[in-house]
Write a protein that binds this ligand. Structure first.
Ligand code: SAH
Length: 250
């Protein structure tokens, strides 16, 4: 099994593959002004096994295109959509977020939770803008400094792992530079990381290690996740995901 297969195996049974929450997705839906509108067309990019896709389908009169480059996640999403009775409104698309096949101006909203960093925030918001109808809405969560200052060790870690990490004001400046008008923002609270994402991963460690016997790569992946969790817990007052909601201008 290669590294990507191992990562998939550790994450595929999760309700979500990144920090977030159903309440938080609903709050972003409200800030986006999508409630009560009919016949929406929305893409959920980097959807994983579909946490936000299912919430969007439940809250809105919308058809959804759930995009991820890992087909097993999409297969799991289809099963969850069937079980929830949303199968006829959710289409899955296995493709990379930097090569989306959408027509220009066809989407009422683009959703993306905990995924745009794979392209880079500014590259992503710039590339995806043309898929939105004029006035269409972008809702993305992105790693964010939630205070003006932070410990040097934390800066050092994230500037190496994800140099685009920045404050919300800088992220909104990037959105404005790329033809969007800010509509709303909130940082994800700790439970979105701990209860909703990290505790369920930890609960899967033992079964994962059992399945992969003595595999060094599997053990290394568990160590990597354990270190990530410890880092988050240590510095949760300084860094989170910010949820950014913005409208396409023009
Ligand atoms: N939005 C989901 C998953 C977040 S994890 C949630 O909040 O639970 C990030 C997701 O992005 C993963 O499912 C991963 O497979 C997907 N991904 C990573 N790089 C990608 C790319 N280049 N194109 C499409 N999807 C990608």
């Amino acid at each position: 099994m290669d590294d990507l297969d191992l990562i998939m195996d550790l994450h595929i049974d999760g309700d979500r593959q990144g920090p977030g929450g159903e309440e938080e997705t609903r709050l972003a839906i409200a800030l986006a002004g999508l409630m009560g509108r009919e016949g929406l067309r929305i893409a959920d990019i980097g959807c994983g096994t579909g946490a936000s896709t299912l919430t969007l389908a439940g809250a809105l009169d919308a058809s959804l295109i759930a995009v991820d480059f890992l087909p097993p996640f999409l297969e799991r999403l289809r099963k969850r959509a069937d079980a929830a009775g949303f199968r006829d409104r959710i289409e899955t698309l296995a493709t990379s977020m930097d090569a989306l096949p959408f027509d220009d101006g066809g989407l009422d909203a683009i959703w993306s939770e905990g995924a745009i960093y794979n392209m880079g925030f500014e590259t992503g918001v710039s590339a995806w803008r043309r898929f939105l109808k004029p006035g269409g809405v972008l809702a993305v969560s992105e790693l964010t400094w939630i205070t003006a200052e932070r410990p040097e060790a934390l800066t050092h870690h994230w500037c190496r792992e994800y140099p685009e990490v920045n404050t919300a004001s800088n992220k909104f400046a990037a959105l404005e530079r790329n033809g969007y008008m800010p509509l709303g923002y909130f940082p994800l609270q700790k439970h979105c990381w701990i209860e909703n994402y990290y505790r369920p991963i930890e609960a899967r460690f033992a079964g994962f290690l059992d399945r992969h016997g003595g595999s060094r790569a599997a053990k290394a992946l568990v160590v990597e996740h354990t270190e990530e969790i410890a880092l988050y817990e240590r510095y949760a007052d300084y860094v989170s995901y910010g949820f950014y909601i913005a409208r396409r201008v023009g």
